[in-house]
Design a protein around this ligand. Structure first.
Ligand SMILES: Cc1ncc(COP(=O)(O)O)c(C=O)c1O
Length: 441
């Protein structure tokens, strides 16, 4: 039978040579990433128009893939690894994590059962334990990795529904849209509670009747505000409601003891999500979900068909979330934790916070600028005096310049700019360039 193995037309791929070229590409990219326009300067459809509409009949050399990555795809990349990426929540894929991704793809483990990759299953438990220690979380929580916080929250709310048999989810008006999505998917009613003048959930407006779960956010998406978790934990305990804490962004800050004030009450959560791919320097995707009630997660998700039945009696992490096939995500987290250590993580988090403080000061002292929300971590919300349209025009101008990339939110009906620092390569000079770009009109 004629197949790819017997087909001489298929060019031999030299894994070592192509691998060296790919690694060289990655190293050069990281050296130069600050030279590219941060936001891709292309129009919708530009990239598609430059690519063949149909796949090749015969295999092509890998070198062609690298060439097209440079020539066609790179102009269409928004550079999340750029030191002047300040939009949404800025992230970093650290070099040990990038290399570990290559190794994880090489192993290509599919860890749906312990025996299909014992090392993957056990390293996942171990790295979640290590991270819990680094963040100062209670010992003994069950942890596993999902792809994103969206999936982690779906898993937590499914467990809450299972545990309580109730039909509503309560969160603040500033909770992330992933909570809305999870509620929609799980057929739960979503009730939003107004927030106070510092964008924290108002406990006095809380109604937990028929609530399966309350989602408290530590580090909201718009302003990184921190909901009053201790009071919310009291209310949940009184009403038998599952407390899920979404610390997707800010949870990583707990590696620094001086930022652990924001962890108050989290030890009483039923579940907690922290995205290692947000501010723990781990490449996308790596969302850490801990629970002190793993049996409820298991009841919500465990389904073992005959072909997956084993007699080893060991836990399969696929029984704690929606996905069956699970990739070896813990390898990249383990690599980052080992190569950076507690001290390296702390130094990076502290530097981001220091730079945000610096920027906040410039805004406070800038004659036409104002800070629009309390700054707790590395996110600054601000605007210039003037209309929403004028502020929107500033964001569009600086983003179009390619010099920096910022995003926005709306607070109290006003258009507000956000500068989020989180990339490990960001220096004071990069933040200064953002300030100069904002003032360059
Ligand atoms: C507070 C918060 N929760 C959840 C999410 C969703 O994260 P993911 O993209 O991993 O689903 C985000 C994304 O920015 C977020 O800021």
């Amino acid at each position: 039978m004629e197949g790819v193995w017997g087909n001489r037309e298929v060019p031999a791929v030299s894994f070592k040579e192509d691998g060296a070229a790919a690694l060289e590409w990655a190293a050069r990219y990281l050296e130069r990433v600050g030279d590219y326009p941060v936001l891709a300067q292309v129009q919708p459809g530009d990239i598609t128009a430059r690519l063949p509409a149909s796949p090749p009949e015969q295999g092509e050399p890998f070198a062609d893939v690298l060439r097209d990555l440079d020539e066609i795809l790179l102009p269409g990349i928004t550079h999340w690894q750029s030191p002047r990426f300040f939009a949404y929540f800025a992230v970093s894929a650290a070099e040990p994590g990038i290399l570990a991704e290559l190794l994880a793809a090489t192993l290509n483990s599919v860890a749906f059962l312990w025996r299909t990759s014992p090392a993957s299953t056990e390293l996942e438990a171990l790295t979640l334990g290590w991270t819990a220690q680094l963040l100062g979380l209670p010992a003994g929580w069950h942890g596993h990795i999902e792809d994103t916080a969206s999936t982690s929250t779906i898993a937590a709310l499914a467990a809450a529904r299972e545990a309580t048999g109730r039909g509503a989810v309560v969160c603040s008006e500033h909770a992330h849209s992933s909570v809305d999505k999870a509620a929609k998917l799980l057929g739960l009613e979503l009730r939003k509670v107004p927030s106070d003048d510092e964008y924290r959930l108002r406990v006095d407006a809380l109604d937990l009747s028929d609530a399966a779960a309350l989602v408290a956010t530590v580090g909201t998406t718009s302003t990184a505000s921190v909901d009053p978790v201790p009071e919310l934990a009291d209310a949940c305990a009184e009403s038998g409601v599952w407390l899920h804490v979404d610390a997707a962004y800010a949870g990583s800050a707990w590696v620094c003891p001086e930022l652990r004030w924001s962890q108050a009450g989290v030890d009483r959560a039923d579940s907690l999500v922290v995205n290692a791919h947000k501010w723990l320097f781990t490449p996308m995707d790596c969302s850490l979900l801990w629970s002190r009630r793993p049996e409820d997660l298991r009841r919500a998700f465990s389904l073992v068909p005959e072909f997956l039945r084993t007699s080893d009696g060991v836990d399969s992490l696929s029984e704690y979330g929606p996905a069956l096939g699970r990739r070896f995500r813990s390898l990249k987290l383990w690599a980052v934790l080992r190569c950076y250590g507690r001290a390296g993580l702390q130094a990076r988090i502290r530097e981001a916070v220091r730079l945000a403080e610096k920027f906040e000061k410039w805004v406070e002292e800038g004659p036409r600028w104002e800070v629009c929300a309390p700054r707790h971590f590395s996110l600054v919300c601000f605007r210039r005096d003037g209309s929403d349209e004028e502020n929107e025009a500033i964001v569009e101008r600086v983003n179009r310049s390619g010099e920096v990339f910022l995003s926005h939110t709306r607070l109290d009906g006003r258009y507000v700019l956000r500068l989020a620092i989180g990339n490990e390569r960001t220096s004071e000079d990069d933040v200064r360039r953002a300030w100069e770009a904002l003032n360059a009109d």
